[in-house]
Design a protein around this ligand. Structure first.
Ligand SMILES: [Zn+2]
Length: 140
């Protein structure tokens, strides 16, 4: 595997289950034991109801593009070589929204990834520790 120069997520005891699952091609997220809200952050507490206690639950990996944009400037070290690149917020079928990239497009332009387009998770291994979750259009 060639050296990966883009930013990598911090992995700690709270986020490790998520990153272990992505290595297996599974998408899981923390869910509040009390109110059932899915979290896209790794904390032992819930920002919706204020209670402590979460567990991980597997998601379908399917959703729709909720919003999109294209970066023409590098704000993060290592991203220069990928400019311009797209960033999207995907709303999963189960409700939570993930910040991600859309892959599998011909040119990666915004008209290829309109808001509302159905997408599915793909898993991109970038280091021994980290497999990123990205999304591609659902093929019909
Ligand atoms: Zn809660």
């Amino acid at each position: 595997m060639s050296e990966y120069r883009k930013p990598l997520p911090p992995i700690n005891h709270l986020s490790r289950p998520f990153w272990e699952a992505t290595k297996q091609g599974r998408l899981i997220l923390p869910r509040c034991n009390h109110c059932g809200t899915f979290h896209t952050y790794f904390e032992p507490w819930c920002s919706t109801c204020g209670e402590e206690g979460v567990h991980f639950e597997e998601l379908s990996g399917r959703g729709k593009i909720w919003t999109n944009c294209r970066f023409h400037r590098s704000y993060f070290s290592g991203m220069e070589e990928s400019l311009p690149y797209n960033v999207a917020m995907v709303e999963l079928d189960e409700g939570p929204r993930l910040m991600t990239n859309i892959v599998g497009l011909e040119h990666g332009t915004l008209d290829e990834m309109p808001i509302g387009m159905e997408v599915e998770a793909v898993f991109e291994s970038v280091t021994d520790e980290v497999t990123l979750v990205k999304f591609r259009p659902v093929r019909k």
